[in-house]
Design a protein around this ligand. Structure first.
Ligand SMILES: [Zn+2]
Length: 305
């Protein structure tokens, strides 16, 4: 495996072992060198990704760590805390309901739904409350068992590319999933194949062209390795690809979907654990980002014609 030699940010990086998931190119520019991993931007299409990419087995282990190792990602520990039967109606739950409402409008009402990366099972639970017949798939067995106990939902534990469902679906949800997968275009194409003609997909990812990310990037360029701890919080181990509006749009269209809606949205910090001294400036930067069209999240509603 060729290794990338440390280079100045923005300099041309060596050829990475895996071709770009969006354009197939192999020329990259170094965005950040965090030591244990590098963040690269494809010179051809500008899709941003982590290097090295994990194997599927390593990937399942990293995802499971998020649920089991309390010290692994301290900020997100509280993120899953509201995913239980007596959940509080917070902005994350409301956004899930909005995705389901949009899918109902696009497909003519609740039908069969597949939640890819079903995680805690709460989206499947919300969908069933509205009349959807919901199935789910995830690579983490631990979270599937927890979802079954909590919501009585059944989540298949398998890679989406390998499992045979024996049916096609009216709708698919992939909320906070595409940034986690090794080959996001292959995952989108698999989702396309699993939809019936006229079926719709809802996708949500973090927005890389976000003011906060831009400011952290600037800080890292000025401070070098001293910024690594900050970069670790932004480029967390489970995330492998980082989408901007153009790269997300291009990938969704390359998978043959027709985009009905492309929107930006805010991130809800209420579920992240952090001191007030960090929360207040973060809220200010995120609000400023929203004001200038550099919001923290992207959402797509698309159909299979
Ligand atoms: Zn590319």
């Amino acid at each position: 495996m060729p290794s990338l030699t440390p280079q100045r940010s923005g300099a041309r990086a060596a050829v990475a072992p895996t071709p770009c998931a969006l354009c197939g190119g192999s020329g990259y520019r170094l965005v950040h060198d965090m030591g244990w991993r590098r963040i690269l931007r494809c010179a051809g299409c500008r899709l941003i990704r982590a290097e090295p990419l994990p194997s599927l087995a390593e990937k399942a282990e990293i995802e499971t760590q998020g649920y089991t190792d309390e010290t692994a990602f301290p900020e997100v520990r509280d993120f899953f805390a509201n995913c239980h039967r007596n959940f509080v109606e917070d902005p994350v739950i409301r956004e899930m309901r909005r995705h389901l409402g949009r899918l109902e409008s696009a497909t003519g009402g609740p039908g069969s739904l597949l939640d890819i990366g079903a995680g805690t099972g709460i989206l499947m639970h919300l969908a069933r409350e509205r009349g959807w017949r919901a199935r789910g798939i995830d690579i983490c067995s631990l979270t599937a068992e927890k979802a079954a106990r909590e919501f009585g939902v059944e989540i298949v534990v398998a890679p989406i590319e390998e499992h045979r469902f024996g049916e096609s679906f009216d709708a698919i949800t992939m909320l906070d999933v595409l940034e986690h997968v090794v080959d996001p275009l292959a995952t989108l194409r698999r989702a396309y194949d699993l939809l019936r003609p006229g079926g719709a997909i809802a996708i949500a990812v973090p927005n890389q062209r976000c003011l906060l990310t831009s400011l952290v990037g600037l800080y890292a360029r000025l401070h070098g390795p001293r910024a690594n701890e900050l970069l670790f919080r932004l480029y967390v181990p489970p995330h492998l690809h980082y989408f901007t509006p153009p790269t997300l749009r291009r990938m969704v269209e390359l998978a043959k979907f027709r985009i009905l809606e492309f929107r930006q949205g805010a991130v809800y910090l209420g579920r992240y654990r952090m001191p007030l001294a960090m929360r207040v400036p973060l809220e200010l930067v995120l609000a400023a980002g929203a004001a200038v069209g550099m919001n923290a999240r992207l959402a797509v509603l698309a159909v299979k014609d």
